[in-house]
Design a protein around this ligand. Sequence first.
Ligand SMILES: [Zn+2]
Length: 328
Amino acid sequence: MTEYLYGKIDGIGSSLGTYAVMTMDVPWNLVKDRIGGTPASVTMITSLEHDYLDRLVKDVPRVDTVVGIGGGMACDAAKYFSGRRNCTLVLTPTIVSVNAYATPLAAVRENGIVHYQGNANPQKVIIDYKAIQSAPKRLNTAGVGDVYSCRTALFDWKFSHEKTGESYDEKVAAGSQHLLDKLLSSANEIKNVTDKGIRTLVEAHVETNRLQQEAGKPRPEEGSEHIFFYALEELTGRSFVHGEVVGTGIFVVTHFQTKEEKTVAREMDSMGLMFRPRDYGLSQTEFVDTILRMKQYSKQNKMFYSILDTIEISKQDAEELWRTISTP
Ligand SMILES: [Zn+2]
């Protein structure tokens, strides 16, 4: 069982035995004078390519513990390393935009293609409020995307259960719904990235991950809103802050699911999630093209059954969505 420590990283280093740090410049500067002890090595992670990670496994000195300090990249590198070296894993996420610290899988790349692998089980996850609060707010509120997505994911899951007979777990779905309620009741704390807001978001990431494991599939948290994200990255070849684009996806598919997109926009605004295409530099053409591509993307990639399988989306629909999403 992973132990979550909420507060600060100060002095932790002296309790880890010999340890190696995997990090990046900015996060390391936030904690290096406070962590305590003396790391046997500090590696600035520059890639998640297999070859690169395997070289680290070979070159980094023998240690009791590896500590990943930073965002998804540093945490994933540390997870991979601990799996290969069979050493203790400690993670300190310094932004909570992605839930890399809460999932057992590491996103490793082979020639740029992502593979999820491993079964990392951190002994400790240290939530250092000060480091997290020093990052731009929107990078942390982006963490809302992969929890709030339970809203549209649950719709798709139930919809598929009714239409195709796919197995559906009432208890897990209720847990997912409960999580949504909890998230919204702390909206203001999350928006302002307070200690309590951070803790709520972290606990929600841990819980969504647990629910997905219990369901044996990503359904409790991942639905057609994610298809917007995948289709967009494929179409543009650019990379985006995952949670913000997932937020756009939630707005879009909610329109087709329940027409409650205005409620959804208000709720995402209340949590400070920057979900409007203009917030992250997406043009009207890219937005419209992505929406028009979603259904086909889902089919071609044999994705899970969702609302997309039962609707036709016209260019007019997509343009109308651009107008509504652009008006706060
Ligand atoms: Zn996601």
